[in-house]
Design a protein around this ligand. Structure first.
Ligand code: ATP
Length: 339
């Protein structure tokens, strides 16, 4: 549905070039929720704004639904933009207009009559759960309610694509959850393609199907959310995952590590997360397993576990146990003389 081909965006400030987006190519499928994550300054907002050409790329192509919009005339581009809705971190509502008027606004701009848009606006207000707020003004609403207005407004032209610019960053965790759930419902109900940028791994974890990690204007890693969480390869991705999964090794554990100890990080994926792998290993070999830290949780509906364990016993037995465990679990040495 969206193809970004070798997108570059270079700004020049006081004679200095800033490569905000540096040769990014991505493909986002129809009906997919695709996340782009990165720290501040990574180039996410610039890239997102290139998708609807609010920002023109310095070079590269943006192809939406098979059409290269970078080479479209102004008029054709205006039409294309109707298919691309956008929501913002700070909602961007018109303060002097009611909720109803805010949502109706894009259709009125298109030249439609107020009486003709009423049904569509009411349907959307009901869908996002704020029909009773139709006559309120933005300053009478909570952040979550404002974002619901922003979402209804973005959907009023029945777009095929929804761009989300840090849509939940200004919201508390509970409201974030409800807005993320709403975005998922929208995708399911309208088969919309959603592209979102965020600096929060929780957002990626909760609703995205695939994710790209950006740093210094480049995509440094891309994949399904499950693959990225279970085996991140770039250090920045590892940091994002570790922070979200709360799996940094506790200081007390790290301080107590020394070369005599056999400590490993085990990552259990899918069915391995629900099998008694450690119990079996400790029964089969002459070792004991001491769990130092970790959790088993769910990721994209699949069990996912991350444990820091210490093996106690003869080095030769530990080696054999590790060999068996490695058949079904990812094993990473924290410190050991066994390997
Ligand atoms: N209009 C502009 N003129 C000059 N430099 C810009 C402009 N817009 C962005 N930049 C620079 O481009 C780089 C990428 O910025 P961008 O806002 O896209 O990053 P980001 O990942 O979205 O970060 P944030 O979450 O802080 O917005 C930064 O170095 C930024 O300073």
């Amino acid at each position: 549905m969206i193809q970004l081909e070798q997108i570059r965006k270079t700004y020049t400030n006081n004679g200095q070039s800033i490569h905000a987006v540096d040769d990014v190519s991505l493909r986002i499928n129809e009906g997919e929720i695709y996340g782009i994550i990165g720290f501040s300054g990574a180039g996410k907002s610039t890239l997102l704004r290139c998708v609807n050409l609010i920002e023109r790329p310095t070079s590269g192509q943006v192809i939406v639904d098979g059409v290269d919009i970078t080479s479209q005339s102004k008029r054709a581009l205006r039409e294309t933009r109707r298919d691309i809705g956008m929501i913002f971190q700070h909602f961007n509502l018109l303060e002097s207009k009611t909720v109803f008027q805010n949502v109706a606004f894009p259709l009125l701009l298109d030249g439609k009559k107020a009486k003709d848009v009423k049904g569509k606006v009411e349907e959307l207000l009901a869908f996002v759960g704020i029909e009773e707020l139709a006559n309120k003004y933005p300053d009478e609403l909570s952040g979550g309610q404002k974002q619901r207005v922003g979402i209804a407004r973005a959907l009023v032209r029945s777009p095929k694509v929804l761009l989300c610019d840090e849509a939940t960053s200004a919201l508390d965790p509970q409201t974030t959850d409800s807005i993320l759930k709403l975005l998922k419902d929208i995708r399911d109900q309208y088969n919309l393609t959603i592209l979102m940028i965020t600096h929060e791994m929780q957002v990626i974890r909760e609703i995205c199907d695939r994710v790209a990690v950006m740093e210094n204007g480049k995509v440094i890693e891309e994949g399904t959310v499950f693959d990225l969480f279970s085996s991140p390869s770039h250090q920045t991705t590892k940091n994002f995952v570790a922070a979200e999964m709360n799996d940094d090794i506790p200081k007390s554990v790290l301080e107590a590590l020394h070369s005599e100890r056999h400590v490993y990080r085990l990552t259990f994926l899918k069915e391995a997360a629900s099998e008694p792998i450690l119990f079996r290993a400790s029964k089969r070999y002459n070792i004991e397993v001491n769990i130092l830290h970790g959790q088993i949780t769910e990721l994209q509906g699949e069990p996912f576990g991350n444990l820091i364990v210490e093996f106690l016993g003869e080095t030769s037995e530990i080696k054999k146990a590790l060999h068996t465990i490695q058949q079904s679990v990812q094993v990473q040495e924290v410190t050991s003389r066994a390997g």
